[in-house]
Structure formats: structure tokens, C-alpha cells
Design a protein around this ligand. Structure first.
Ligand code: ADP
Ligand code: MG
Ligand code: ZN
Length: 646
């Protein structure tokens, strides 16, 4: 039971002003650039002055006077600049008009020719650093500055400044993980469980490490490996681990990134990506979430996304274009392999398919262990127990469970994670955080209590339903209350009888509300949705209705939307009506069964509901005591797994 009365701690907010995420804004950068420009130009004018102020500058008339006075021994002319050297070896500079010649200018000042004759005049070619500096700098500096700013800004933009990525279109935008990058490197050690997947992928690793061995014996190397599995099962992680094990560059891009902004970009990105990968061969190209581009083509449904098709075509072209010994392996991941275009799955493309299942109990324990590596665990922690209580959790769920546990411990200023932290985290990950602030009024509380008691009682009485593990009327996520059931073991298959009882259990809440309050609330709407979908699947997909026979009617439902178009929907109107009738029949039968249970055990229902109103959360032992008190034998066998039932 979660400790009641525990105040939710708010994260401390410091007195700092919040900083905008990411780098400085564009305006700040522009202002900085302007500042730099200002400093540069001031500096330049200083330099210029300094260069010119080395010698004393005098007006030309002064020079003319001095020549007449005979104190000047020589004149150096360079461009429009005149340097006069005096008898006492001092120098003075002056300027003349650029166009007119010196002798012309001087004679204009009325200097006698014989005075001119004693002065040694040297006309120098304008040149040297000084000239170039003085003439070119004023032009070059602003140009270089402009280029600098443009380069800097474009680099900033490419660095992923929000929506500005538009500037880098065409480039593949793949992320590269280098084999030398020890921080980002992932190996098979980081991937717990998934043994079959790993052993299949080991072959790919072997090839990337030792391509010769395979080529010499004439083996055709797989070009594409498709990783399939539910979200969070570690597909992305495994792909990176392959690269890490093989020690080759790993180019990864997500399917949705191909189709991002501009029409025609997807295909050019593909081309770019493959070109880069080939240069770096042996290497791995990883296309994550490939269903974003790899959906069956030509449906016309959903606007017929040409862009997507072109991208997909380009991927196919690139994969076909590989030479047999190109040493680039394309890996892709998808959690919807059913919607992928058949052309992708043809031999020579993604011909290797690796299925990654949700982890079983042992794998779950190993995954927990991997994620507990850097976390101090208390002495009471038994990861086995946590693994037992988390059927249906993916690797990502388990990773987040460990993390939630650490957060709980840190919030309570403890140095170690305890078992209780982890147990609380299971429910948090499964159902979302408890919402204690979401206070139910007295009436709502009663209704919720009866609703959950209804689920729990039906589950305890019907033989094929999973036994109840915990009941609570503390709202979590979207559910007002919840009943956790525990199947006895990991299961891959479910039977018709189990489904029928499941539907009855789902109806338990609805029926209890109606029986006790003679009214129904919206609280049951999610239950109804789930059980209706289940009943429909039983009839139309699993062949569990005698009347409809062993035909999978709904198999085409997916295709009808993403596949060959709506007109291919194989079920006719009459069949659809028959399916509806069968669904209704199943649900009504389950309703009758659940109603029978609740009527017969009304006293137990009242007792459970009252206890729930009182304590809000009932653990298995307390719950079973109430059952026993009312003559119901609780289900035996040790509890192993549970699944939420809102
Ligand atoms: P997917 O790509 O299949 O949706 P990811 O590979 O992104 O899933 O997995 C998400 C996270 O879950 C990983 O980063 C890792 O922390 C954790 N995880 C998943 N599977 C495993 C596993 N088998 N072993 C260890 N961690 C795992
Ligand atoms: Mg992924
Ligand atoms: Zn319910």
C-alpha cells in the first residue's frame, strides 16, 4: 500500500532566471557580429593612421618652400605619397594629387629648375605590403567579415536550431556513431535477453569484421536486416550494438526524417546517405521506424503520398545498386512489419528478418540488471520479484521502471533504491502516476469502489479469469480506479474460454454500478471499448465463433487502409452484419454470466466496496480474506504476472 498522507514534493525552483533552451538567439548573435565589425573597423582606422603617421606629414607647399631653401636632399615618390629627406637626415611626408606628375606639381609651386636639380628624385613603384594593405584592406575586411558571418550562421543553423534545418536539405542528416566513440558505443553486453535476435545478428557482425571469409566461399551477403518487434523491445539498441560489436561506422536516420519538409528531399537524402555510407564501408546504414516511408505503395488512401513513395523507391534502388561486396549493410527497424511494402521484403533487400519478442521473465530480470548497473540497490532488492510482476513490460518500460525507482529514492533523500521503490514504480510505469490530488467526492468514491469491486469479484469467481492482485480507487493516469489481475504464467496464447471470462470481468464494473445505483457512469466507457474490440476480434480474426467459422475476416482490415485500397475489403455488407450479431451474442452471454456472479455474491460485493471506500487500496491478502469470509475460495498457485484492467 502506498503511504497515505505523504505530501507530494514539489521540485525546488531556484531563484535563477530561466534561460532559453539552446544557444543564444539569432538577434544576440547578429548584435555580437555587429560589435565585432565595429571593433575591427576602429582597429583598422588606427592601424591606417599609425602607418601613415610614422613620419611627420606636412603640406606640399612646405616641401616646395624647403626645396627652394635647399634643405631637402632627396625626394621619394611612391604613388601620391612624397617622402622628403632633409640634409639632417630627417624625413617628412606629403601628398600630391594622384594624376599630376611631381615635376609638374613642383614647378606649379614656382620652384626654380636649378633648385630642383640638386634634389635627388626617385620615383618608386607603388608596392610592398603597405600599399596592398592600405588599398586592399578596406575592401577585403568587410568581404571577409561578411563571409565569416554567413559561414558562422549557416553552421549554427545546420547545428539544429529548431525549424531552421530547412537550410541543410539534401544532406542526409544521418547521425553517425563512430566506432571510436566509446561514450556512445553500445555492445551486445548492453542488450539483455533477446538471445535469438543476438545470435542471428552475430552473423552480420562476423561478416562486417571478416568480409573476405564470406566472399571467398561465394556466399551472398545479406544486404538488409529488418528488426521487427513491439515498441521499446530494443530494436534501435540492437542495431547500435551490431555496429559496436563490429566496430564499423553506424549511420542512423529515422524514417520520418526522410519525409520531413520539402518534396523531393527524401529521395536525395537517401542518395546522400548511401553515398556517405559506401565511402565509409564497411558500415551500417540504419533506417529506424522504416514504416514511416516503407508502407505499401499505391494505395491512394490518405492523399497518396508521392514523396513517401519516391523515398521508398530510392531506398530500393540504392539497395539493388549495391555490388555484392560493397560491405554496406542496411538495417531497419519497424514495429509494424505488417504494413511494409512487399517490395522491401523481397530477397536481395531486407531478406533477413529478426523478430524481437517482448522479454520473458528471465530476460526481464536481466534487463533490470543491466539498468541497475550504475544504481546502488538496497540489500532488500530482489529483481526476480520485480521481473515476475512485470509481464508484458518491454525493455524500455523496464528501463523506465528502474529510473522511476531511482527518482523515488532520490526524492526521499536516500542513497539506495529499495524494493518498495521498485514496486511502486511498476504501477507508475504501467498506469501513470497516482493522482491523489484528483479527489473523488463521496458519491464518486462509492461508485468507483463498487465498479472495481465488480471487476474483482467476477475475476475471482470465474474459473478462467486471472486472479486479482490489487484493487485501488486512487485514480491513476486516466483511470478513476483499477484492478490488477495476475495470470499464472507467461503466456503466448489465449483461449476462447479465457477471452469469454475476460469479457465478463470487464463487464463486472458496469454491471455492479447498474445493480447498486440503478445508473451507469462514463467510468465504464473504456471497459466497454476494450471488451467490444476483444469480442470483435474473437469473431472476425480468431475464428472463435461457431457461426462464422474459422475465417479471418478482419485480416484485410489493415490492408483495406494501407494496402490494396478500400475496394479490396473482402467482407460484404451481410457478413459485416453477421459479425455484429455474433459480437453482440458473445457480449450478452458474458453479461449474463457476470450478472449471475454479482447477484449470487452480492454480500461479498458490498463488503469489498465498503472496505475500498474505507482504505482505498486493497492488496491481495486483505482482498482474499473478504472472499473467504463470504465463502469464496481464492484461486491458488503463486501469483506470477499481472495485467492492468481499468
Ligand atoms: P525500440 O527501438 O525497439 O522501440 P529501443 O531500442 O529504442 O526500442 O529501446 C529503448 C530503451 O529500452 C533502450 O534505450 C534501453 O535502455 C531499453 N532496452 C530495451 N530493450 C533492452 C534490452 N534487451 N536490454 C537492455 N535495455 C533495453
Ligand atoms: Mg526505436
Ligand atoms: Zn473498469
Amino acid at each position: 500500500m502506498a503511504a497515505p498522507g505523504q505530501q507530494p514534493r514539489k521540485p525546488k525552483v531556484g531563484g535563477e532566471t530561466p534561460k532559453p533552451a539552446g544557444g543564444p538567439s539569432l538577434w544576440v548573435q547578429l548584435a555580437a557580429a555587429f560589435g565585432v565589425f565595429l571593433v575591427l573597423s576602429i582597429g583598422y582606422s588606427y592601424v591606417r593612421q599609425y602607418i601613415s603617421a610614422q613620419d611627420e606629414t606636412v603640406p606640399l607647399s612646405q616641401i616646395a618652400q624647403d626645396i627652394t631653401a635647399g634643405t631637402i636632399t632627396s625626394l621619394d615618390v611612391s604613388g601620391d605619397k612624397i617622402t622628403a629627406t632633409y640634409a639632417d637626415k630627417t624625413t617628412k611626408t606629403s601628398r600630391k594629387e594622384t594624376e599630376s606628375s611631381l615635376t609638374q606639381t613642383l614647378s606649379d609651386y614656382g620652384i626654380a629648375p636649378e633648385k630642383m636639380a640638386v634634389v635627388k628624385i626617385e620615383i618608386k613603384d607603388e608596392g610592398g605590403v603597405r600599399f596592398w594593405a592600405l588599398t586592399l584592406l578596406p575592401i577585403l575586411v568587410p568581404i571577409m567579415f561578411l563571409f565569416g558571418v554567413i559561414w558562422y550562421l549557416s553552421r549554427q543553423l545546420r547545428g539544429g536550431a529548431g525549424g531552421m534545418q530547412a537550410f541543410s536539405f539534401g544532406k542526409s542528416m544521418a547521425r553517425l556513431v563512430n566506432p571510436e566513440d566509446e561514450v556512445q558505443k553500445v555492445t551486445f553486453k548492453d542488450v539483455a535477453g533477446a538471445k535469438e535476435a543476438k545470435s542471428e545478428l552475430l552473423e552480420i557482425v562476423d561478416f562486417l569484421k571478416n568480409p573476405k571469409k564470406f566472399i571467398q566461399i561465394g556466399a551472398r551477403i545479406p544486404k538488409g536486416v529488418l528488426l521487427m518487434g513491439a515498441p521499446g523491445t530494443g530494436k534501435t539498441l540492437l542495431a547500435r550494438a551490431v555496429a559496436g560489436e563490429a566496430g564499423v561506422p553506424f549511420f542512423s536516420i529515422s524514417g520520418s526524417e526522410f519525409v520531413e519538409m520539402f518534396v523531393g528531399v527524401g529521395a536525395s537524402r537517401v542518395r546522400d546517405l548511401f553515398l556517405t555510407a559506401k565511402k565509409a564501408a564497411p558500415s551500417i546504414v540504419f533506417i529506424d521506424e522504416i514504416d514511416a516511408v516503407g508502407r505499401v505503395r499505391g494505395t491512394g488512401v490518405g492523399g497518396g503520398n508521392d514523396e513517401r513513395e519516391q523515398t521508398l523507391n530510392q531506398i530500393l534502388v540504392e539497395m539493388d545498386g549495391f555490388e555484392p561486396n560493397e560491405k554496406v549493410i542496411v538495417m531497419a527497424a519497424s514495429n509494424r512489419p505488417d504494413v511494409l511494402d512487399p517490395a522491401l521484403l523481397r530477397p536481395g533487400r531486407f531478406d533477413r528478418r529478426v523478430m524481437i519478442d517482448l522479454p520473458d521473465r528471465k530476460d526481464r530480470e536481466e534487463i533490470l540488471r543491466v539498468h541497475a548497473r550504475s544504481k546502488p540497490l538496497g540489500a532488500d532488492v530482489k529483481l526476480v520479484v520485480i521481473a515476475e510482476r512485470t509481464p508484458g513490460f518491454s525493455g524500455a518500460d523496464l528501463a523506465s521502471l528502474m529510473n522511476e525507482g531511482a527518482i523515488l529514492a532520490a526524492r526521499e533523500d536516500r542513497k539506495e533504491i529499495t524494493q518498495y521503490d521498485l514496486i511502486r514504480s511498476i504501477e507508475k510505469v504501467m498506469l501513470g502516476p497516482e493522482r491523489r490530488s484528483h479527489v473523488l467526492n463521496k458519491k464518486e468514491k462509492e461508485i468507483t469502489a463498487y465498479h472495481e469491486a465488480g471487476h474483482a469479484l467476477v475475476a475471482s469467481v470465474l474459473p478462467y479469469a486471472d486472479p486479482v492482485h490489487k484493487i485501488s480507487i486512487i485514480s491513476r493516469g486516466r483511470a478513476a480506479g483499477y484492478t490488477l489481475k495476475l495470470p499464472f504464467e507467461d503466456r503466448r496464447m489465449q483461449s476462447r474460454k479465457e477471452f469469454l471470462d475476460d469479457i465478463a470481468v470487464s463487464l463486472g464494473g458496469f454491471i455492479a454500478e447498474k445493480m447498486v445505483f440503478d445508473d451507469v457512469t462514463t467510468g465504464a466507457s473504456n471497459d466497454l471499448q476494450v471488451l467490444s474490440a476483444l469480442a470483435r476480434n474473437m469473431v472476425a480474426r480468431y475464428g472463435m465463433s461457431d457461426k462464422m467459422g474459422p475465417i479471418a475476416f478482419a485480416a484485410s482490415a489493415q490492408r483495406a487502409i494501407f494496402g490494396e485500397g478500400v475496394e479490396n475489403d473482402q467482407s460484404s455488407q451481410e457478413v459485416a452484419a453477421e459479425i455484429d450479431a455474433e459480437v453482440k451474442k458473445i457480449i450478452l452471454a458474458a453479461h449474463k454470466k457476470a450478472e449471475g456472479v454479482l447477484t449470487k455474491h452480492r454480500a461479498a460485493l458490498d463488503a469489498i466496496a465498503q472496505k475500498l471506500v474505507e482504505v482505498e487500496t486493497l492488496e491481495r491478502a486483505e482482498f482474499e480474506n473478504i472472499l473467504i469470509a463470504h465463502g469464496i475460495t481464492p484461486k491458488k498457485k503463486e501469483d506470477i504476472e499481472h495485467a492492468p484492467l481499468a
